[in-house]
Ligand binder design. Structure first.
Ligand SMILES: [Fe+2]
Ligand SMILES: [Fe+2]
Length: 320
């Protein structure tokens, strides 16, 4: 049994008038009810997964590295499979985080339309946990939650303003998931995985819409100090996820080291090749970057990129 606990506290808000007051959210709730699917029945689980066509989810648009080319064909497939399982494990943990955070949103958001919609998202995220856990078993094993994602999910679970939970999960994390799922759909040729990504992306698009609709309504109603805190929280959440190194037992570690060693790859060689490619600004610019390409534009749309914060995003390379 493997688990960990953190303390959270939320202020549950009862709402005693039940009429709709944010029509767009009520409409989205109707769509969510219609678009429910069954993770056990709507994915073609009877089709076996051919490891050779899964693809490497961690390396979109990348000419294979020399350390990968030096492997036998079988080991290259194994490497792609394991790195994909590593990435998908983090989506799996993220889905669990999303399920718990949405449970909190049901309690804390102030509008009935917001509560009803969030309730539908709890079951959406449960389905996502179910499909990713089941699919990862076809590839490899479940890898640990990365430090940056863990810090972000815990910060959102512990945030004391409902708007922070909504921005952290619905606008930032959901946009990044949408962008990453799109990239993965372009990489993989596995029918089962393609179907999983198609179904989950449909849900995630709705989850982002909820964040955008709700935040566009809520942010203009906030007082200035709270709004500043929300802007700062958004920036902290983005950098936490994008730039936090992997830590274990208080030490910085390479998240892929175990995979390298198991496949007979020299971690130092792999890292020096990766670092030298990342030092090329043209290479970095050409890479899909869900922070820059998906999350940042959404933060701009809801009005959280301001004269006070814009330069900070540029400094860390997260501005679109
Ligand atoms: Fe999800
Ligand atoms: Fe979601």
């Amino acid at each position: 049994m493997s688990f960990e606990t953190i303390d959270t506290s939320v202020q549950a808000l009862w709402r005693f008038d039940y009429d709709s007051n944010i029509k767009q959210l009520r409409d989205l709730y109707e769509v969510a009810k219609k678009e429910q699917w069954n993770a056990a029945l709507d994915v073609p689980w009877d089709i076996p997964t051919d490891a050779a066509v899964v693809g490497d989810m961690s390396a979109p648009n990348v000419e294979p590295y020399d350390f990968v080319k030096a492997l036998t064909k079988d080991k290259q497939i194994e490497f792609a499979k394991r790195r994909s399982a590593h990435l998908l494990s983090n989506f799996l943990h993220g889905e669990q985080g999303a399920m718990m955070i949405c449970g909190q949103l049901v309690e804390v958001v102030p509008d009935m339309d917001g509560k009803l919609y969030a309730a539908t998202q709890v079951i959406d995220e449960a389905r996502h946990v179910e499909v990713f856990a089941r699919y990862i078993k076809r590839l490899d094993r479940v890898y640990p939650l990365m430090t940056g994602l863990k810090n972000l999910l815990n910060a959102v679970l512990q945030a004391d303003m409902w708007q922070m939970k909504c921005i952290g999960m619905q606008v930032i994390a959901e946009s990044i998931a949408m962008g990453s799922f799109k990239t993965m759909r372009a990489i993989t040729h596995d029918e089962v995985f393609k179907k999983i990504l198609e179904l989950t992306s449909q849900d995630e698009a709705r989850h982002v819409s909820y964040g955008l609709i709700y935040m566009k309504d809520a942010i203009p109603k906030m007082n200035e100090p709270d709004r500043d805190r929300l802007e700062d929280f958004a920036f902290a959440a983005m950098t936490m996820l994008a730039t936090t190194p992997q830590m274990e037992g208080g030490k910085r570690v390479d998240p892929f080291e175990q995979i390298y060693l198991e496949l007979g790859i020299d971690p130092a060689r792999a890292n020096s090749e990766i670092i030298s490619r990342m030092a090329d600004p043209e290479f970095v610019k050409a890479q899909p970057n869900p922070f820059r390409d998906y999350a940042y534009p959404q933060l701009e749309r809801v009005g959280l990129i301001t004269d006070r914060t814009r330069a900070k995003y540029r400094e860390v390379g997260l501005a679109a």
